[in-house]
Design a binder for this molecule. Structure first.
Ligand code: GTP
Ligand code: MG
Length: 247
């Protein structure tokens, strides 16, 4: 089996080389064919220049810069998928919140199914903020509640509908594109995969704290935060309709 790992980036300069190297080490150790596709939405912190320099040393890197386009996470991942050359695609956050060691489990599990999702909400999963040294962001409560509602109204055998840490067959994207405001694209993806009767396995994982830089997700309750919540709930609503009337 072979793997295209997609890293959507927006200002991740502080740790991007370290992340690329950690991912590369996993595949090299297992002697598996792989590539790492960085899809950057015009970072202004030097991420692009850093990756360009690192590309000269690591031939597995592909860099795509989405210049002059509206920044969008789902569209960035779509761009990575279109340019992926291997059978399995993986994508994950590029800030170490999705620890690269779980790629080992993706590689083990994908032999037994079509899709592996790393979940924050299985009984054996963990959260970084359980460590007393870290505070919980406001949006974590919203994320927990949203995922519970998705689990109740959509599919009982999926727990993390906004994971963003996944391994699946590239073939699923022959006639499907990710679409969403932000992390809600993942709900649309799960509904689509279920419609295709994909065998989905969730593995528990414990997220880590972002390595450097800042979160692009809103952590303060303001009008933008309320709008983001509204967009997420709208996505849930449309997915309930889609699953109930099977369109
Ligand atoms: N290409 C691209 N990448 C993005 C965009 N927004 C976020 N990202 C990347 O998506 C990943 C997740 O973004 P984060 O800012 O860490 O947000 P989050 O993990 O959902 O939220 P926190 O838990 O608060 O960190 C990171 O790799 C970001 O660099 C975007 O508009 N375009
Ligand atoms: Mg993050």
């Amino acid at each position: 089996m072979n793997y295209s790992v997609i890293l959507p980036t927006l200002n991740e300069n502080g740790h991007i080389v370290q992340l690329i190297d950690s991912i590369s080490t996993i595949f090299v150790k297992k002697d598996l064919a792989f590539e790492i596709i960085i899809v950057d939405d015009n970072s202004e912190d030097g991420t692009i220049q850093t990756v360009e320099r690192h590309k000269k040393e690591n031939k597995k890197i592909q860099l795509i810069v989405r210049s002059n386009l509206k920044k969008n996470l789902a569209e960035s991942i779509n761009e990575g998928i279109i340019n992926a050359k291997y059978e399995n695609v993986i994508w994950m956050d590029a800030d170490f919140q999705h620890p690269p060691q779980y790629l080992n489990e993706f590689i083990n599990e994908i032999h037994n199914c079509d899709v592996v999702i790393a979940s924050r909400f299985l009984s054996t999963s963990g959260r970084y903020f359980k460590n007393k040294n870290f505070t919980k962001d406001t949006n974590e409560n919203q994320s927990y509640l949203f995922n519970k509602l998705c689990n109740f109204f959509l599919f009982k055998d999926v727990t993390d509908f906004t994971s963003g840490f996944i391994c699946l067959k590239k073939d699923y994207f022959k006639d499907f594109r990710l679409q969403g405001f932000y992390g809600d694209y993942f709900v649309n993806l799960i509904t689509y995969l279920k419609k295709r009767n994909a065998k989905i396995i969730e593995i528990p994982f414990t997220d880590s704290i972002r390595a450097t830089g800042y979160s692009k997700t809103l952590v303060k309750v303001n009008i933008k935060y309320i709008y983001t919540c509204f967009r997420y709930f709208l996505t849930l609503f449309f997915n309930i309709i889609k699953t109930k009337i099977k369109i």
